[in-house]
Design a protein around this ligand. Structure first.
Ligand code: NOJ
Length: 506
């Protein structure tokens, strides 16, 4: 199946890697950060008034659905050790640090009737500590840890979540917006909806494919848009920040010319489903996606499409509701048309609606995560497609990174970062408007259903130690030097016998 085209692309990339040894400068305006998320690092799952969320619930389920029966009960204990996290951000010389808020820590009833002061204090302390050292907080309002009570009420499949989420957002703007200038409403809606509601691979582990993910998508987009307008109308003029959404986006390379449409469908079902309503002029789902789901629904005997429609008011609300497009990019797949993906034509399913199989080439290098193929040219192609499709929106790379099984000498992670940043610079030279780049992650943390088995950190974390000791990996030294010099230097070798220093002069 390997066509000449892939051989040429792969060979081109290998030659490029070896030939491309000249250092490259990053544009002055490009900001650098690292990211984490509340459930993945905070621990303190039931302390100081925090209530249960959907990850607490599944982590305590018997039998345990998470690898090695790991939980985020303690995680990195960042709830207690946040000053060490900020110290690491200073060591790296970050411009910004992206973290997320735990809804159930701030609003233990899920609603605005009770505000948990201890939770608010924690985020105030973290934000103030960052700002003390000139590191901008970039705050994700929702990174997958829905209060369990809201899940019991249907979670993202209940349209009332538009109010629940926007009430919560209004509270966090009031509480933190005087000091937060970068807001991300939602992290990776595709993973929330498809993995959470359709294929059971993230909390709440539901398998209601063909229905639930589409309800979730629509409600989530309207909730995002309502929150955007609340910020715009009530806070922007006094707080002066910027607000957008962050989507996961792979690159989907067609297997060959016969699979061009399959590749486009794959892209539209995974990225376009969320990007198109916000960033295209239509304010609606991608036409090809609407058509495929409507046709399948009809064949299956439904009276209407399983993909809910936006009302005219919702279209107006959603269209243009993001100051920037946040992109989490890690990997690439080969797209191959297969109309009977699940081997069943008749039953409704997201994968059957999409009608595409995505697979990896066996010679692509891999991370520790089964899904993570190292294909830097896919990053270039994705960024240029976004530029062409959506009239070159400002882009924040909100996550990019590589998983290993651990160890301080992480040359494979360094190769990953260098090659992906190289591809990003190529795209920027073609005019892509990338404003910021975020490495996932500052440190190893709870990798969802994989527990602590997959390590994404620039800092290694010893989860067995009482202080959850954080130690810089070789990649941390490289990232620091890259940020200090604003240069992508392919040959720099750090002296890891020297401790990490803090060079911000504060
Ligand atoms: C995307 C998610 O936002 C983050 O939580 C996760 O840990 C990384 N990708 C790596 O899988």
């Amino acid at each position: 199946m390997l066509t000449l085209k892939f051989l040429v692309l792969t060979l081109g990339f290998v030659l490029n890697c070896h030939a491309q040894k000249e250092p490259r400068k990053f544009p002055e305006h490009l900001l650098f950060g690292t990211a984490t998320a509340s459930y993945q690092i905070e621990g303190a799952w039931n302390e100081d008034g925090k209530s249960e969320n959907i990850w607490d619930r599944i982590a305590h389920q018997v039998p345990c659905p998470i690898k090695n029966c790991d939980t985020g009960d303690d995680a990195n204990q960042s709830y207690r050790l946040y000053k060490r996290d900020v110290e690491m951000a200073r060591e790296l010389g970050l411009d910004f640090y992206r973290f997320s808020l735990s809804w159930s820590r701030i609003l233990p009833t899920s609603f605005p009737d009770v505000i948990n002061q201890a939770g608010v204090d924690y985020y105030n302390n973290l934000i103030d500590e960052l700002r003390k050292y000139n590191i901008e907080p970039m705050v994700t309002i929702y990174h997958w840890d829905l209060p369990q009570k809201l899940q019991d009420l249907g979670g993202w499949s209940n349209p009332h979540i538009v109010d629940w989420f926007s009430d919560y957002s209004r509270i966090v703007f009031k509480l933190f917006g005087d000091r937060v200038k970068y807001w991300i409403t939602m992290n990776e809606p595709r993973e929330v909806c498809v993995q959470g509601y359709s294929d059971g691979s993230l909390a709440p582990l539901l398998n209601i494919t063909g229905y639930a993910e589409y309800l979730c998508t629509k409600n989530l987009l309207v909730a995002h848009a309502k929150t955007y307008h609340i910020y715009n109308d009530e806070f922007r003029s006094t707080q002066g920040g910027t607000i957008g959404i962050t989507l996961s986006a792979k690159w989907y390379e067609p297997e060959n010319d016969d699979h061009m449409e399959a590749s486009e469908d794959h892209y539209q079902f995974e990225v376009g489903q969320y990007a198109y309503p916000i960033f295209s002029k239509t304010g609606d789902f991608p036409p090809s996606m609407k058509k495929r789901i409507a046709e399948n629904s009809e064949k299956q005997g439904f009276f209407r499409s399983r993909l809910p429609e936006f009302t005219a008011d919702e279209i107006e609300l959603v269209r243009g509701s993001s100051d920037f497009l946040g992109i989490n990019h890690y990997t690439t797949l080969i797209a191959y048309r297969n109309e009977s993906v699940d081997g069943v034509y008749d039953s409704p399913s997201y994968r059957h609606d999409m009608g595409v199989i995505g697979y990896a080439l066996s010679d692509w290098p891999k991370g520790a995560s089964s899904w993570l193929n190292v294909v830097p040219w896919g990053f270039y192609k994705l960024l240029t497609k976004i530029k062409d499709d959506f009239d070159n929106p400002p882009v924040i790379i909100a996550e990019n990174g590589f998983s290993s099984q651990g160890g301080l000498n992480d040359d494979d992670r360094i190769d990953y970062y260098r090659s992906y940043l190289d591809a990003m610079l190529d795209a920027m030279e073609e005019g892509c408007d990338v404003r910021a780049y975020t490495a996932w992650s500052l440190m190893d943390n709870f990798e969802w259903l994989e527990g602590y088995s997959e390590r994404f950190g620039l800092y290694e974390v010893d989860f067995k130690s009482p202080e959850k000791t954080r130690t810089p990996r070789k990649s941390a030294y490289i990232y620091k030097e890259m940020l200090r010099t604003r240069t992508l230097d392919f040959s720099y070798e750090p002296d890891m016998t020297k401790p990490m220093t803090i060079d911000d002069g504060l």
